[in-house]
Design a protein around this ligand. Structure first.
Ligand code: PFF
Length: 448
């Protein structure tokens, strides 16, 4: 087992770490799920509630994870073993298992983004979408097992390759390129969307706060979305924090990452809804909005193929910068605890996760049996996102707020050399507010 020694890989710069952590947070969850949830939960009202929750609970748990990771300088399991021991490493274990499971289905959906980049320029595709056939095209695509698995394989190969290149030469290097590119593409798409005739209706749908639509369910949706979106509860930020230099100031890093993630979510709504409304489409939910409604929208725009390609490239960047963080959680564990080389861990675990994802890839076309009425992909998503992540979040906050408190305070203030104005508030959010709020999401969200 390697210790937190001089030989541990490190981020090359603060900017590199922020881009990698924001890359993990900004993913498929931001680009289609947030705008849709906002649209259905009172628009601007949902945005306000989401902001309040992520800026309080989200930042607190993110900071706790970064502090645990940096202090231990180890993977999620090793960190709990080193800092406390007992049953605590089980929390890290849940995280590693969540990493395997989430990446298995994430890689499938991410593979579709590559297919749709190519389809954007395939003759006849956008014409058929314009003629109202986008749903049929999507259905035909996901029920073709060979194609779906091939794209999943391609995406997983790219993920493995980046993780295999290591922290500085792989994850950091590519996030530093892809994350700024992602924001530039987003701004181009927004400029296009808001200048379409009829865009105003979409902006109104998305932004006009309608507090009459706010219920307990709205708050729940906002909190659940916040956790998945910020990559919290599974030791991802513990793992990324373990490669941070002792000199970095953690609270501002956590706030920056949360702000970037929230901006990306908010901006994708600005790119999507004006366009959807301008062409009289329905703001449908889930994969439908991204892979069915949007191609029909692009098909009706001048230079639609270019905008369609840019949108799916944006989605690809968002997905791969998240998938590498999921794989890194698993790789770091096998490296630190079992002494595997980075190369062996990346390729072997990446391959195992790919195989684990094949049932998910086959399930949407009906080529794999359902589990208690759910497609295999949805079942794995449900178990990891609604069970493992909230449980992880509760234990991580309790750990920082009660069990490891003195050291936690030292870590977030760099041994007292940096003042942290919100220290007391942070501690109480970790102690009481976050565990109770997450326990509430957990219990309410357990409906299969
Ligand atoms: N945050 C990613 C998204 O919004 O799509 C998903 C994710 C990545 C969750 C990494 C958890 C994680 F550890």
């Amino acid at each position: 087992m390697s210790e937190n020694g001089a030989d541990r890989e490190q981020w090359g710069s603060r900017f590199g770490f922020i881009m990698a952590a924001a890359g993990s947070a900004i993913g498929l969850g931001n680009i289609w799920r947030f705008p849709y949830l906002a649209g259905m939960n009172g628009g601007g009202a949902f945005v306000v509630i989401y902001l309040l929750l992520v800026l309080s609970i989200g930042v607190a748990v993110m900071l706790a994870e970064m502090a645990i990771g940096r202090s231990a300088g180890l993977n999620a399991v090793g960190a709990f073993k080193k800092l406390k021991g007992g049953a605590w490493p089980l929390v890290g274990w849940m995280g590693v298992i969540a990493g395997f499971l989430i990446l298995s289905f994430y890689g499938v959906v991410a593979g579709w983004t590559i297919a749709y980049m190519i389809k954007s320029f395939t003759p006849g595709f956008l014409e058929a979408a314009a003629a109202g056939k986008a749903g049929d095209l999507f259905g035909a695509f996901v029920s073709n097992p060979g194609q779906v698995v091939a794209y999943q394989a391609l995406f997983m190969f790219a993920t493995i390759w980046i993780v295999y290149r290591g922290i500085g030469g792989g994850i950091e290097k590519y996030c530093k390129l892809m994350m700024p590119a992602l924001f530039i593409i987003l701004l181009i798409l927004i400029a296009r969307a808001v200048t379409l005739d009829g865009a105003g209706k979409g902006l109104e749908f998305y932004l006009k706060p309608d507090f009459s639509k706010v219920t307990g369910g709205t708050v729940l949706a906002a909190l659940g979305q916040g956790f998945f979106s910020l990559s919290l509860g599974m030791g991802c930020m513990i793992t990324y924090g373990s490669y941070l230099s002792k000199k970095e100031v953690l609270p501002s890093a956590a706030i920056t990452v949360v702000s970037l993630d929230t901006s990306a979510a908010f901006l994708s709504g600005l790119a999507i809804f004006p366009a959807v409304f301008a062409f009289g489409m329905e703001p449908a939910s889930g994969p439908g909005l991204t892979f069915i409604t949007l191609p029909s929208v692009f098909a009706k725009m001048p230079m639609g193929a270019v905008f369609s390609f840019l949108f799916f490239l944006l989605l690809f960047f968002a997905a791969i910068t998240s998938s590498i963080s999921l794989l890194e959680v698993c790789v770091a564990y096998f490296k630190d605890e079992l002494g595997w080389s980075r190369a062996k861990a990346s390729w072997v675990l990446g391959l195992v996760i790919f195989v684990l994802g094949v049932p998910s890839a086959l399930s949407l076309g009906g080529h794999f049996p359902k589990i208690a009425g759910k497609d295999f992909l949805d079942a794995v998503d449900f178990f990891s996102s609604n069970v493992l992540l909230p449980l992880g979040g509760i234990f991580i906050s309790l750990f920082a707020g009660w069990v490891w408190l003195d050291s936690a305070r030292k870590e977030v203030t760099n041994q007292g050399s940096h003042s942290f104005a919100l220290e007391v508030a942070w501690i109480w959010v970790c102690r009481v507010v976050a565990p109770l709020a997450i326990a509430w999401i957990f219990v309410k969200g357990l409906k299969w």
